[in-house]
Design a protein around this ligand. Structure first.
Ligand code: 9MR
Length: 555
């Protein structure tokens, strides 16, 4: 017998790590009648079981109340089955009936394993490969998502707003999201986030390849004077067509050269020096020199505006570049120990307080993390590092407190465009702090946040394409909708809950007005169902670090 009211079971649809706490939720709406009893009924103490593949009982327990969720108007209960530690496939069954023993809820099969960290990590890394622009993706690597080279961008004109003759080679790099734009602001935070994972744990070779693909594009985007162009944009927004067809329809242009894009470049390229130093010293030196030239340009041009043009590509307009200056200076200082840069860091720290997370707009934490991860600091640098670590510890404690106070275990308090990226970024902040504190609470909370992304959420969706039975099938992603393949490209994280619903005019069908249900798996829903590299990057980094710190190895 199943439940007539919408009592819902919420769990990670992919799985739980062997050594981690394992919790699922039962959510009971605050309005309406229930076959399991009225809404006022307290389900604390209701029985649940966890069964293995053969149906054998693996665990038996009772629900405990977590609290009321105001963004879904549900009472949320929790079942803890952390004791199930044997790797395998399991299902949860919950008995909510007034008549003891009545089954109301059952989960799909999920795994208890450490293997899924690697599986999802590799899918995430591969999604950056699928975002490659300008090159063919052969069948041997891309399977049914193979496609021919298009958008070569190796000889494109400057957009009319730049009033500049000639052409430029802006070949390569990743498409930003579901659109075909290539942006330095946003490319910077994405590649910087992935570089962070690479400097904190031994990197996957394929991840390094992808990072280098983007960095090569970055290097091409630097002008002769050191400034860095803002973006490569099509003249108009592309329809839902493949890149080869877009090439037939319209031209692409270089647009803008701003302080923000130049500093994104400087920060990311200085960090690239750190990661590639041992692997390819010449390349690393080239990255560092390019970073320095970009930084000098930004110092000379601190108010160079971004192109206020959103016909064909997104804005990524940022009025505050103090945080980008901090990012660039801290990363450059770490690589060069230049005293002139050092002298400005205390001021940067005052001006750019630590944040719960990174975003394309707020890059403060790259500065804080660079200083927290200084190697072998001595004298005044040791104080700098101590200060940075203390601040990151403070913000991490806040994230943990927010997580503990929320019925779904979330540390964010608003659902904005790309909330899944924000959640993954909170996890990343915790994991960076974990790298020196080794406080298990930080690692466990990071994992709890990741559970939301993979299904333990109010909309019962594992937000990464191809990850589970509930994954998005209709992401707002041009290639996914025009490649003739039914399944979307795997490993793409969609934006997720977004209570601002900027796509209502496109007839997106949200199931409820409540913030906690502001997601719809429809192509038109660019506000909740688009994918973007800056959301995928922190999830990739979080998975790599969770795997590394929980298994102490890379497999
Ligand atoms: O992620 C961006 C979000 O923070 C902004 O509010 C939104 C509107 O400016 O733009 C989002 O970024 C989009 C970009 O402008 C164009 N490519 C797709 C990005 C994800 O939707």
């Amino acid at each position: 017998m199943s439940c007539k009211v919408e009592c819902k079971i919420r769990y990670n649809h992919v799985g739980y790590g062997v050594k981690f706490p394992k919790r699922f939720f039962v959510a009971v709406p605050a309005v309406g009648e229930s076959a399991c009893g009225s809404n006022m009924r307290d389900y604390a103490g209701a029985r649940f079981v966890v069964v293995g593949e053969s149906g054998a009982l693996a665990f038996e327990g009772t629900l405990a109340k977590r609290g009321f969720c105001d963004y879904t108007r549900e009472m949320v209960y929790e079942g803890d089955f952390s004791n199930v530690a044997a790797p395998g496939k399991y299902k949860i069954k919950v008995f909510l009936g007034s008549d003891e023993g009545t089954l109301c809820l059952a989960s799909h099969e999920f795994s208890v394993s450490d293997e899924w960290f690697s599986r999802q990590l590799m899918a995430n890394i591969k999604s950056f490969y699928f975002q490659r622009s300008g090159v063919a993706l052969p069948v041997e690597k891309a399977g049914k998502w193979a496609r021919p080279a298009a958008h070569l961008d190796d000889c494109i004109a400057f957009h009319a707003i730049m009033n500049r003759e000639g052409t430029w080679n802006a070949h390569g790099g990743w498409y930003d999201a579901g659109d075909y734009g290539k942006y330095i602001v946003n490319g910077g935070v994405s590649v910087g986030t992935l570089l962070l994972a690479c400097e904190m744990c031994p990197p996957e070779p394929t991840l390094l390849e992808e990072i280098r693909f983007e960095l090569d594009f970055f290097l091409r985007m630097q002008d002769a004077d050191g400034g860095v162009f803002f973006k490569v944009t099509p003249g108009h927004w592309d329809g839902f067509m493949m890149p080869v067809d877009s090439d037939v329809m319209q031209k692409r242009f270089i647009m803008g050269k701003s302080t923000s894009s130049t500093l994104n470049f400087a920060g990311a390229l200085a960090q690239a020096h750190r990661v590639f130093q041992k692997l390819d010293p010449d390349y690393a030196a080239r990255c560092l020199a390019a970073s320095r030239r970009a930084y000098e340009w930004a110092v000379q041009n601190p108010d160079a505006d971004w192109p206020h043009n959103t016909e064909g590509s997104g804005g990524y307009g940022d009025e505050h570049v103090e945080d980008e200056f901090f990012w660039a200076r801290a990363m450059l200082y770490r690589e060069s120990r230049d005293p002139a840069l050092r002298a400005q860091l205390p001021g940067d720290m005052l001006l750019n307080p630590v944040q719960p997370c990174l975003s394309w707009r707020d890059t403060h934490n790259f500065g804080w993390m660079a200083l927290a991860l200084l190697d072998a600091p001595s004298g005044a640098d040791a104080d700098l590092q101590k200060n940075a670590r203390t601040e990151l510890e403070r913000i991490s404690a806040e994230i943990v407190n927010l997580h503990e106070a929320d019925a779904y275990g979330l540390s964010i308090r608003k659902f904005v465009w790309g909330s899944n990226g924000e959640i993954a970024n909170h996890a990343l902040t915790l994991l960076v702090t974990y790298s020196w504190t080794r406080d298990p609470k930080l690692l466990n909370t990071a994992m709890e946040l990741v559970h939301f992304v993979y299904g333990r959420n109010p909309v019962d969706t594992s937000f990464v394409t191809g990850s589970a039975w509930s994954s998005p099938m209709h992401p707002h992603h041009r290639i996914c909708h025009s490649d003739g393949v039914e399944e979307p490209i795997p490993g793409l994280l969609v934006g997720g809950l977004n209570n601002d619903r900027q796509d209502l005019h496109r007839m997106a069908h949200y199931s409820s007005d409540l913030p906690g249900f502001a997601y719809t798996d429809e192509r038109c829903s660019f506000a909740s169902n688009e994918t973007a590299i800056n959301w995928n990057a922190p999830l990739t980094a979080a998975l790599a670090l969770i795997r590394y710190y929980s298994l102490g190895q890379n497999t």
